[in-house]
Design a protein around this ligand. Structure first.
Ligand code: PLP
Length: 397
């Protein structure tokens, strides 16, 4: 047969390509500001201590590898819904149903397939710009993807008026994707007052809010980062939250996340849950168990949970500290352009706002690697490289 003969090679993921170039670069001063994983001062993505302890516990206590079912671990799901919603009424009213998923990506794909079950060919609105994988992922599930204004590249802030105006015009049977916190790629989040306005529009228009929370705890704190989605849950009857344990637990390769569906009543949630389980069954049947077991072990133990809070805070504080550090160092190196917006943004990324040519020059002449849009991963900055980074940026400006 020649089924494959019609295939054309697709370009490799640009971020992974960047990573390969960085690896092959012999310059000892090279800096990787590409990929969105947390790194410590030494540039290492270590395993959290609380995770190491949970793994030991798991090793000593796990007694079967039997199938776990499409829902995944009920204890993990319960702990995740509390992490997302705290003591919100949606939990008290028994309107939330959570399934464990293979990472945040799996959570989004399950959500997309679920939306398709509600309405074939439904439209989902995503921010402009958004995480590069959102569009392909939703389209692969048969949804129509449209964009609403979000980042104002010119003024390096949120185009909130544009966003709100667009959301007022969407249809009541559309879905709208919102980033809970640490917007990827812009780092620009909504203020509490802006969340309030989005919640009001969601209620008035009646669209389905789909919240992607891949960085809970990386912005201002666990509850602070969930403020907006909890506010929306106050006012709407139905919503979906997709969360990930990749970043905040450092469990990137374990592939663990969750999809949480909120129904208008406990009964509606049960019906939605049955559809959710059938969606899961047809994609990967059952989620991986290991990451979920680690997370539930941590969240279920006072000692490990508090250790996790501390380790999460350390990651958050380092990233936020780096934001101030690079802005200070740019000034120190005579840069007059205003980069203070970096300190007003949150999470792993900011757009530096330089031209693609300048990005290329940083790479070719200074071995500094960031994606062409000038999105830089803040976690790649360290005390040991920030002077060189600031000097190099100053030279290409
Ligand atoms: N959503 C956003 C906005 C992300 O940035 C990411 C990862 O970078 C994900 C979802 C997916 O994360 P995971 O690795 O858990 O699949």
């Amino acid at each position: 047969g020649d089924m494959f003969g019609s295939l054309k090679a697709l370009p490799a993921d640009p971020i992974l390509g960047l990573l390969a170039k960085y690896r092959d670069d012999a310059n000892p001063q090279k800096i990787d500001l590409g990929v969105g994983v947390y790194k410590d001062e030494a540039g290492h993505t270590a395993i959290l201590d609380c995770v190491k302890k949970a793994e030991k516990y798991r090793h000593d206590n796990e007694d079967t590898k039997v199938y776990i079912g499409p829902t995944g671990s009920p204890l993990f799901n319960d702990e995740m819904s509390k992490l997302i919603f705290g003591n919100h009424k949606v939990l008290i009213e028994n309107r939330a149903r959570t399934v464990s998923t293979p990472g945040g990506t799996g959570a989004l794909r399950v959500a997309a397939e679920f939306i398709k079950s509600c309405k074939a060919g439904a439209t989902i609105w995503v921010s402009n710009p958004t995480w590069a994988n959102h569009t392909g992922l939703f389209e692969a599930a048969g949804l129509t993807v449209k964009t609403y204004p979000y980042y104002d590249y010119e003024n390096k802030t949120l185009d909130f008026d544009g966003m709100l105006a667009a959301l007022k015009e969407v249809s009541s049977d559309d879905a709208v994707l919102l980033h809970a916190c640490c917007h990827n790629p812009s780092g620009m989040d909504l203020t509490n007052e802006q969340w309030q306005q989005v919640a009001e529009v969601a209620k008035t228009v009646g669209f389905l809010p789909v919240v992607d929370m891949a960085y809970q705890g990386f912005g201002d704190g666990l509850d602070e980062d969930a403020y907006g989605l909890r506010l929306i849950a106050d006012s709407v009857e139905e919503m979906i939250v997709c969360s990930s344990c990749s970043k905040n637990f450092g469990l990137y390769r374990e592939r663990i996340g969750a999809t949480t569906i909120i129904g208008s009543s406990a009964n509606a949630a049960d019906i939605a849950n049955s559809v959710l389980l059938s969606v899961v069954r047809c994609i990967y049947s059952m989620p991986p168990a290991h990451g979920a077991a680690l997370v539930e072990t941590i969240l279920n133990s006072d000692e490990l949970r508090h250790q996790w809070y501390g380790e999460l805070k350390e990651m958050r504080d380092r990233i936020n500290g780096n934001r101030q550090l690079i802005v200070d160092k740019l000034i120190e190196n005579g840069v007059t352009r205003d980069f203070s917006f970096i300190t007003r943004q949150k999470g792993m990324f900011s757009f530096l706002g330089i031209t693609p040519e300048q990005v290329q020059q940083l790479q070719d002449e200074y071995s500094i690697y960031m994606v062409g849009s000038s999105r830089m991963s803040i976690a790649g900055i360290a005390n040991s490289n920030v002077d060189y980074l600031a000097q190099s940026i100053a030279k290409v400006l």
